[in-house]
Design a protein around this ligand. Structure first.
Ligand SMILES: *Cc1c(COP(=O)(O)O)cnc(C)c1O
Length: 358
């Protein structure tokens, strides 16, 4: 089902950033955004592309009080052949609907949502930056928007898509990151919202993130919410380890986010003949492997950085250096292959790259 989209173009287009080396992440926004409203009994209505700007909200709006919000993060790339492409966009749309189901928010028609993304990205195509490693980050989000304070599943919602040109994540080559394992705060528990991409999970994670940063660490590696014994995921990335030649990654147990980069890495690794185990990994197992040298590599996977090698892990007062603090062979190969497919420089045998327009 294709949603009607009324397009109101801005009368005051902004100048595109001249120096693409200074784009950063999420600070510059394009000229337009997509918005659509939902009401129970009526469905989605009033799909529109409007000039980028503030969203008026009722002071009692559900999202402001009870955190009914879910989002997605994806990118559009200027490919080698000049076309604008997205990477597995239907996976993001399906995950948005999974998140919506968990938070009792209305779902979107998949084809309709893809048409929305296409229409907005095509309209904003001149905002997709040109330099190596840059892209247009797309942030769809959906929130409960009832104008009263009662706590219940919402009857009104709003879906919005905004876009930002973003810089190369690794401007000076891939730098391994330092990660702190969090032994106190937990991000999610089984039965909770860990598998949904929702703002609330991030709200719960900010304190540990701040503490890690103060101690010189980039991100937090979460442990399971019950025993605080099993590895879950890193900040906004899933995590993988190479132990004695095999790739091990935490299973999707319900409390971690099912990353599309994670899924794509697993598919590539299996193509290349690696054994990939999706199973629980305890911190004890990990540090035993680090101590006897069988932990060969560790890296995070997510849309923003694609693959982010882990050079150091901190836990309970001790720092462990991994892979000599350098990027490992498998992490590098995954990065090269995924980005090669995303920027249309390598053959796309899985059909992951999706053409938006020429
Ligand atoms: C978005 C996200 C990821 C990565 O998912 P991708 O689809 O690979 O970008 C991992 N963990 C969390 C908590 C996330 O929000």
């Amino acid at each position: 089902m294709i949603y009607d989209i009324k397009i109101e173009k801005t009368a005051a287009p902004k100048a595109k950033p001249q120096d693409e080396s200074k784009l950063g992440f999420g600070k510059i926004f394009t000229d337009h955004m997509f918005m659509m409203d939902y009401a129970e009994g009526k469905g989605w209505y009033n799909g529109r592309i409007v000039p980028f700007g503030p969203i008026p909200l009722h002071p009692a709006s559900t999202v402001l009080h009870y955190g009914a919000e879910i989002f997605e993060g994806m990118k559009a790339y200027r490919a080698a052949d000049g076309s604008i492409r997205m990477f597995r966009p239907m996976e993001n749309i399906k995950r948005l609907n999974t998140s919506a189901e968990r938070l009792c928010l209305p779902q979107l028609d998949e084809e309709g949502a893809l048409h929305i993304l296409n229409t907005l990205v095509e309209l904003e195509k001149d905002w997709v930056p040109h330099s190596d490693g840059t892209s247009l980050y797309i942030r769809p989000f959906l929130f409960g928007n009832d104008p009263h304070l009662g706590v219940h599943a919402v009857k009104n919602a709003t879906f919005v898509v905004i876009c930002c040109p973003v810089g190369a994540y690794y401007a000076e080559g891939i730098n391994p990151v330092k990660i702190a394992i969090e032994a106190q705060d937990v991000r999610a528990v089984r039965g909770g919202t860990g598998y949904a991409k929702c703002g609330g999970n991030y709200a719960a994670s900010l304190r540990a993130g701040q503490k890690a940063e103060e101690n010189g660490y980039t991100q937090v590696l979460w442990l399971d919410g019950v025993e605080r014994k099993f590895i879950e995921e890193v900040g906004a990335m899933n995590v993988m380890f190479k132990i004695s030649g095999k790739i091990v990654t935490p299973a999707l147990s319900g409390s971690i986010l099912p990353g599309i980069t994670r899924k794509s890495c697993i598919e590539l690794l299996r193509d290349w003949g690696y054994t990939v185990e999706e199973r629980p990994i305890s911190v004890d197992e990990l540090f035993a492997a680090a101590a006897d040298g069988s932990l060969e590599e560790a890296w995070g996977t997510g849309t923003a950085a694609v693959v982010s090698p882990i050079g150091q892990l901190f836990y309970n007062g001790t720092a462990y250096t991994l892979c000599d603090g350098k990027i490992g062979e498998v992490a590098q190969k995954l990065y090269d292959n995924l980005t090669g497919i995303q920027w249309g420089k390598l053959p796309d045998s899985h059909g992951w790259s999706y053409k938006v327009c020429e």
